[in-house]
Design a protein around this ligand. Structure first.
Ligand code: ASP
Length: 314
């Protein structure tokens, strides 16, 4: 099997000034994930590494650079899933750690549970030796400005992440298939700008933000979280693939139906068990990139698919 990694950097109304950083971030994330797959590494290791890279980037709403809750704090959600045996782990409303995706993986591997929340998740991080970062150190000026704008203009009625408030966009996710044909998916977010303290997102919900099953596909979603959660978006895409649709048709059809029914927008990335890809968004933009062999593809606009040849990508 020729391995593939496909990543996204958030669906929504991405402002023009943020486009270059999002594109270069998703490209590098895909390259990092692919270098693991190329050496025979697992889909799980690849998606975790790809997401960790974007959690470090200011241009993305995950880890450092996350959007803020109404108290001006970063509270983050993440989930990860392995397709071979449907094991999964997630965290929600976690604070002051740089890589929530790795904490979600520890929940998967070291606890009998699926999802840890808030103070309990942070206590578990400490027990596992996950370093904490100083309070406030994940907060960027950009995120503070976005919260001020939210408080001035409002935005709880937003139908698209980033609409009317460009500081919002940039949840990250990755899906991969490795050389053994195993699938994995991972998603990480700071949530939505100006959210209530304690709000959990679709991103920590297995079946909404993240899903992986070696019998069907691996999926990571992004966009208006309450809408994605009501529609169980990731699982809905997997079910369409199980019923015979291609990864692209399943991703497109489910997103179109969700947006028609619930009015709000989202995006998703999908890899089927055969290695077919699905990339689609009903929002204005979504940054994405994938690498397969020496080809790195990326885009952020509708119908964009730019290709670069990567030489010696190991
Ligand atoms: N789905 C995320 C949330 O609602 C936001 C996003 O994907 O941009 O928290």
């Amino acid at each position: 099997m020729s391995p593939i990694i496909l990543v996204h950097g958030g669906a929504g109304d991405v402002p023009d000034e943020r486009v270059p950083a999002k594109i270069s971030g998703v490209k590098e994330s895909a390259r990092i994930g692919y270098s693991i797959l190329q050496k025979g590494g697992s889909a799980l290791d690849a998606v975790e590494a790809a997401v960790r890279y974007m959690e470090d980037g200011e241009a993305f709403n995950a880890g450092y650079g996350s959007v803020l809750n109404l108290d001006g704090e970063v509270e983050m959600d993440a989930s990860i899933m392995v397709g071979s045996n449907l094991t999964a782990g997630a965290v929600t409303v976690v604070k002051d750690i740089a890589h929530p995706i790795s904490l979600a993986r520890l929940v998967m591997e070291k606890t009998p549970h699926l999802l840890l929340a808030g103070a309990g998740a942070n206590r578990f991080a400490k027990e596992q030796g996950v370093p904490s970062v100083p309070p406030g150190s994940l907060v960027t000026k950009y995120a503070q400005k976005a919260l001020e704008e939210f408080k001035r203009k409002g935005g709880d009625d937003r139908t698209e992440i980033g609409h009317n408030n460009p500081g919002d966009v940039g949840t990250v996710g990755a899906v991969a298939i490795d050389s053994k044909g195993n699938l994995a998916a991972a998603t990480s977010t700071g949530g939505i700008n100006g959210k209530m303290v304690g709000r959990s997102s679709d991103t920590c919900m297995i079946g909404s933000g993240t899903y992986a099953d070696d019998n069907t596909a691996a999926i990571s979603t992004t966009g208006h979280g309450e809408t994605i959660a009501k529609y169980c978006l990731a699982h809905a895409i997997a079910k369409e693939i199980e019923h015979g649709k291609s990864a692209q048709n399943a991703t497109t059809d489910v997103l179109e139906k969700m947006t028609e029914r619930l009015k709000n927008t989202a995006g998703a990335i999908t890899i089927s068990k055969e290695g077919d890809l699905g990339i689609y968004f009903t929002s204005k933009r979504m940054a994405w990139a994938y690498q397969k062999e020496d080809n790195l593809h990326y885009g952020i606009e509708r119908n964009q698919d730019t290709t670069e040849i990567i030489k010696n990508s190991s």
